[in-house]
Design a protein around this ligand. Sequence first.
Ligand code: AMP
Length: 114
Amino acid sequence: MPEDCLFCRIVAGEVPADVVHESGTAVAFRDANPQAPVHVLVVPRRHEPDLATLTRADADAASGVLRAIADVAEAEGVAGGYRIVLNTGASAGQSVFHVHAHVLGGRDLAWPPG
Ligand code: AMP
């Protein structure tokens, strides 16, 4: 685990977070700066910077993230309409380089996202 990775430290319980879901491969917690009534981050326990590296390194962990997204959407009451965002790379707005899916819902979401 990279010692300077914020999301590794949340997964390890070293940094407090509002955890809403856990599985053997993934952890989900509320975003500290929510952009919608439901804004949950789903991260794999395994540290990888983005979805491509995670999928190639550990397909079970990648599918665990997808399963956790579905479980979170259902538990948060937004399964009928929500958005998944995986900002990938600094130019796309990624600021934490431990892959994470934003699960956004609870309001109408405009498209295109900008
Ligand atoms: P991104 O810009 O796609 O890398 O997303 C990083 C997200 O992490 C942002 O939406 C932040 O609000 C969120 N964030 C940063 N620090 C924390 C934290 N300690 N707990 C929960 N969410 C955080």
